[in-house]
Design a protein around this ligand. Sequence first.
Ligand code: BYC
Length: 324
Amino acid sequence: MPAPTLDRQPAGSPDEAALQQQFAATIAADRRIEPRDWMPEGYRKTLVRQVAQHAHSEIIGMQPEGDWLLAAPSLRRKAVLLAKVQDEAGHGLYLYSAAETLGADRADLTDKLIEGRQKYSSIFNYPTPSYADVGVIGWLVDGAAICNQVPLCRSSYGPYARAMIRVCKEESFHQRQGYELLMTMMRGTDEQRAMVQESVDRWWWPSLMMFGPPDDESPNTAQSMAWGIKRHTNDELRQRFVDMTVPQAQFLGVTLPDPDLAWDEESGHWRFGAIDWEEFKRVLGGQGPMNDVRIARRRAARDDNAWVVEAATAHARKHEAVPA
Ligand code: BYC
């Protein structure tokens, strides 16, 4: 990890030096930076990068489970899934709004996603061929998201931290609906139990990759922690997730696909095997099983719905022009 600084920008004037000092004091006192406050350009850029990636993940993340909306096995399951997928859309909107407070333009962020200039979470590049995937995404993917996002409620940038509070509350519901679905399937037939196990086998390792590269290969962690944007390193959160999830797997009655998974009495943690970082890099590089499908759909949604944006913008302009 490169060494962090609190004031990356060289002070151009006495005024700027004072502003930098004020910024550093706010961070040191663990208070929030708000949109009206001065901030170093590096801080702003890092936030736009992370918040935009987070927003894109929520929106692209609607697709894997969305594929089961028409095929959910009962009206109840369909209603629950629909509510969850709609929640993800809402999360994307809060996050794009947070990015806008930093001067970013939402349409421009969407273009950057579609053109491959901004990332979204690697996890959403895997397919959902089995209905058990709906439960496993809720349990593992939302579970990993909660581990990662709860500390972000204390992020130093006010609008991001506040957006995370509601997101985390909703993610907790998502995680529980996934676990409840899996518990139901595990109480069912041998075939249903096999479906759950097969799905866990596919999602376990990609879920661990969600936390990002190992700390010694993470270019952004040290600076983001010095700025209070991130509160824990990627490896710390990954370990927290494994410790939380192993007992849940035991209770559920599934095996996690890692022969090296073992309780370490001394450290009080579950030790796990080596992650295939080559696979992670391939997925980030666009070579995951579903990258092309995910982006093609997002592109089609943008292009097919451009008329709605145009109509809404024209309507808003008309209202602005008419005195109240
Ligand atoms: N996938 O220096 P690092 C959800 C990138 S959706 C893709 O460690 P950082 C849900 C990273 O961006 C919620 N890219 O970076 C929705 C950086 O690239 P650039 C998803 C990844 O930012 C629907 C480079 O690798 N959660 O819950 O310090 C259904 C180096 O990494 C990934 C979030 O978005 C990855 N897994 O830390 C169900 C959380 N990992 O931009 C559920 C918010 C790393 O320098 N984001 N990269 O080219 C974060 O907490 C942080 O950005 C990360 C990475 C921990 C992900």
